[in-house]
Design a protein around this ligand. Structure first.
Ligand SMILES: [Zn+2]
Length: 111
């Protein structure tokens, strides 16, 4: 009986460890996700120092930097929920489509 009891206790210990690890991972992913959706300073952009009196902080960011590209590449939004690259790509596609609609023989850009 002791052997069984010991193995059960060992199992319980392992289970507790696994559960706590799972919970920890879940917490970490939830937190990092909420951070990602919140206004995170862009890593490569210099800190907003337009005004020597202003303290560097997340609230100092201009509103357009708070939104991130809807394509999920983590870049700041330029317009229509898209970052610079994606916005211009979308515009090129739209122009090509309009050209086709107008009877033009423009080939759509390679994507
Ligand atoms: Zn983008």
């Amino acid at each position: 009986m002791t052997a069984i009891r010991e193995s059960v206790e060992e199992l319980a210990d392992r289970l507790a460890l696994a559960v706590s690890e799972l919970v920890t991972r879940k917490i970490i992913s939830t937190v990092s996700e909420s951070i990602r959706t919140a206004d995170v300073p862009i890593p490569h952009s210099p800190p907003a120092t337009n005004g020597s009196h202003k303290r560097p902080g997340r609230k100092a960011l201009p509103p357009e930097l708070k939104k991130l590209c809807s394509k999920g590449d983590g870049k700041p939004v330029l317009a229509k929920g898209l970052c610079r690259a994606d916005y211009y790509a979308a515009r090129r596609k739209l122009k090509a489509r309009e050209a086709l609609k107008n009877g033009g023989a423009v080939t759509p850009p390679q994507t």
